[in-house]
Design a protein around this ligand. Structure first.
Ligand code: HEM
Length: 442
């Protein structure tokens, strides 16, 4: 399947599942593996027997940039690091960072007000915003002179890794112009991250951002703090894992809302009624469930992490089939989230699928935007709070509609990007209080 996967991985997996059913033997270059589609089999691999699986060799591409961070490390080392990092991601802790997220969203809303009315690429806009947010919440205000340089270096590293994900990596070490640009950009990121770590160590300051939490974290058993190298790997991991995914969740949500005026109106009504024109804060989120459901539904149709893969350490049995040791397992949320067995009228955008009753009525492993089991995304609450605040802040003030331009087409690299961006017209809107008179501010 390698040529098909490189050409159109989602089409290839969709077709394999359609033709051959729940467990499909696939061959990818030198590797053999199973594509697994049934929620109970996915649960077996990602949760019940997760110890038998490592990340697949595809993740080695990411390792070049992030080293042994949480996303790519394994076993005892991963578990110790995960335990040390976990408190930084507790809900209360993220709530403390929500003001930074909301402020960055308001800054973007204010900037949009000064735009000249030309369509904007919302995927680039959302990328810029979530990048600002991850840098501020992770590394705090210390970026200063690095900001511009980091932005450029980061974009290069991201693109390079994304484009190479399905390649065999034969030329990865050759000094081609592309590789050299990548190495230079990586050196810029490394320099900045190490500089910030050193400054922090010198000042001993607790600044409330994620880096502080990681710096002050101690291993439960040994009492040791992370070394600079460990900190660097975790920071790079969070930069990589933590912003593009969230920006894509937002970009696809704008796209789907623009195509579905009914849900868009409901979302706007909710924002107007609950917020009465004032900017949203963390404390408002619980009263904005439809806004959250729109994001969840968008991650069903366009899961930013569209494919997850593992490698079996020992032979296993999946859905009645013998999986030999060393074989890969592919779990593909993009295909899973559209399976008719779990989703009625699966192609339709309908945020109501995410009411608590309907979520409870579905198998848990039918919806996996953040993965599942012990390796589930550590940043899932961070991402949901961020996306919720950003969407509420911007949709309260603006309505986005599709502008003419190249077609909007999913482009599955490591993450699911829109291949030509998403050009949208941004139009100011005024809150419509009359729809819920009880919510008019006094
Ligand atoms: C909508 C946004 C996001 C999506 C869709 C997403 C998706 C995922 C998925 C699917 C995994 C599991 C991969 C696997 O099992 O192989 C994962 C892992 C991870 N994510 Fe996220 N993520 C998002 C946001 C974030 C944020 C904001 C952060 C950090 C600030 C983050 C940090 C991580 C880390 C560190 C891991 C590895 C966890 C471990 O293995 O212990 N992610 N993410």
């Amino acid at each position: 399947m390698l040529p098909a996967l490189r050409r159109d991985p989602i089409g290839a997996f969709t077709e394999a599942a359609r033709r051959f059913g729940d467990v499909v033997h696939v061959r990818v270059g030198p590797h053999n593996g199973f594509l697994v589609m049934r929620p109970e089999d996915i649960r077996h691999v990602l949760q019940d027997n997760a110890r038998n699986y490592h990340k697949s060799p595809l993740y080695d591409k990411v390792k070049v940039a992030v080293g042994d961070g949480l996303l790519t490390s394994e076993d005892g080392y991963w578990l110790r690091q995960r335990r040390m990092a976990q408190p930084a991601f507790h809900r209360e802790r993220i709530a403390g960072l929500a003001a930074v997220m909301a402020e960055a969203a308001r800054e973007m809303a204010d900037r949009w007000a000064t735009e000249d009315g030309e369509p904007l690429d919302v995927s680039a806009e959302m990328m810029r915003l979530t990048q600002t947010i991850v840098l501020r919440t992770l590394l705090g205000a210390d970026l200063g002179p690095f900001t511009g340089e980091l932005d450029r270096a980061w974009a290069l590293v991201n693109e390079y890794i994304g484009e190479r994900f399905w390649s065999l990596g034969l030329t990865d070490r050759w000094p081609t112009p592309k590789n050299r640009r990548f190495w230079r950009a990586l050196a810029v990121l490394d320099g900045a991250v190490y500089h910030i770590i050193n400054e922090r160590r010198r000042s001993g300051r607790e600044s409330g951002d994620l880096l502080s939490m990681l710096l002050f974290a101690r291993d439960e058993e040994t009492g040791h703090a992370m070394t600079d190298r460990q900190l660097r790997d975790e920071v790079m991991t969070m930069l990589l894992a933590g912003h593009e995914t969230t920006s894509l969740a937002l970009a696809w949500t704008w796209y789907l809302l623009a195509q579905n005026p009914g849900p868009r109106r409901r979302l706007e009504d909710e924002l107007d009624a609950v917020l009465g024109g004032r900017p949203p804060e963390y404390g408002d989120l619980a009263r904005l469930p439809y806004t959250r459901m729109a994001i969840e539904e968008s991650m069903r149709l366009y899961p930013p992490a569209w494919g997850i893969s593992r490698q079996a350490i020992a032979a296993d049995e999946i859905g009645g089939y013998q999986l030999p040791r060393g074989w890969l397992v592919f779990v593909v949320p993009f295909v899973l989230h559209r399976m008719p067995a779990c989703w009625d009228d699966a192609e339709r955008f309908d945020p109501e699928r995410f009411t608590p009753e309907r979520v409870a009525a579905r198998p848990k492993f039918a919806y996996l935007p953040f993965g599942a089991g012990p390796r589930q995304c550590i940043g899932n609450q961070f991402a949901m709070i961020e996306a919720h605040l950003v969407l509420a802040t911007l949709a309260q003030r603006y309505r986005l509609s599709l502008a003419s331009g190249p077609p909007v087409e999913p482009w599955p690299l490591i993450t699911l990007r829109p291949r030509h961006g998403i050009r949208m017209q941004i139009e100011r809107r005024v809150a419509q209080y009359h729809q819920r008179p009880d919510a008019v501010p006094t």
